[in-house]
Design a protein around this ligand. Sequence first.
Ligand code: ATP
Ligand code: MG
Ligand code: MG
Length: 341
Amino acid sequence: GSTIGILGGGQLGRMLAVAASRLGYRSHIYEPAAAPAGDVAYAVTNAPYEDAAALRAFAESVDVITYEFENVPTSALDLLESIRPIRPNRRTLAVSQDRLTEKDFLAGIGLRTAPYRNVETEADLPAALADLGVPAILKTRRMGYDGKGQIRFNDAGGRDWTGAPSVLEGFVDFSAEISVIVARGADGQVAAYDPGLNLHRDGILRRTTVPCGLPQSLLTDAVLIAARIVNALDYVGVMGVELFVTPQGLVVNEIAPRVHNSGHWTQAGCAVDQFEQHIRAVAGLPLGDGQRYADVEMENLIGEDMARLPELLRQPRAQIHLYGKGEARPGRKMGHVNRLL
Ligand code: ATP
Ligand code: MG
Ligand code: MG
């Protein structure tokens, strides 16, 4: 059988490896830190992204390379790509590794984003704040996730700094947050899952619910937006597209070029879940159609939520996923539960 190389060994890599295994593939995980995915993968390379020999050996041992983590350094990607194909492609990584290029790309294909300004250095901040007004959110251009690296300004007097090149975004007064998990196959076929309603707390996703209870016309718009993005990037794989619902229509918050936390409900709601869908796409297999067969609420189990595990295990319609991470530190994603409604 063939081997799928996966950059990143967190919970997303772990669930990708399980899906790959079900389809008869082996997976080889490359992860510089401790890897929850390690116990389910066929092979694990635990080495930094600067280790050229390790990268070369990894690439040579696999047939295709994918990732659960989009912030792999360019130098590592260049080396890997000289040996095996990387899917989703490099252009997508370049666009999505930097919030500024991502927003420029989205605006460039005619999609609405929050109003934004490049804040290259702290000195650019006052002008950007004067331009966009408050409330506004300053976000590091690179490496941010789960709301990390973000500062909210509620009055123009705030002068905190992220410490790195950033974008300032005008605050979007949304009525809801939704996301589309979309897939595009190697042949250009596109399949989207039903958009989910997302609830965040402290910048971290807590819950996703399907159906999301919004008008069908809006959901169709959301899917068309996601399809436009993956087509424009000649994308192969699963992507998460986060959207704000506003009275003026949909605003794209950000894209994630990988399986996405808000798509975990597909494990309980669909014949082919997002992990299998991603493996199918990068392996060049036909995609599942994305149809949803159940109403589902996905709840993340974060830190202290793990204390509720005994009770959750007794709920008859709760599908439990645990990531094997050990210590349940505050803010750490330990697992999730898909509740069939
Ligand atoms: P992740 O990648 O884990 O989804 P992140 O760190 O990239 O998170 P964002 O998605 O940019 O962060 O922001 C986190 C949350 O903060 C959003 O889901 C939304 O609730 C809120 N938020 C972000 N940007 C804006 C904005 N411009 N206006 C209003 N709310 C915002
Ligand atoms: Mg993000
Ligand atoms: Mg986000």
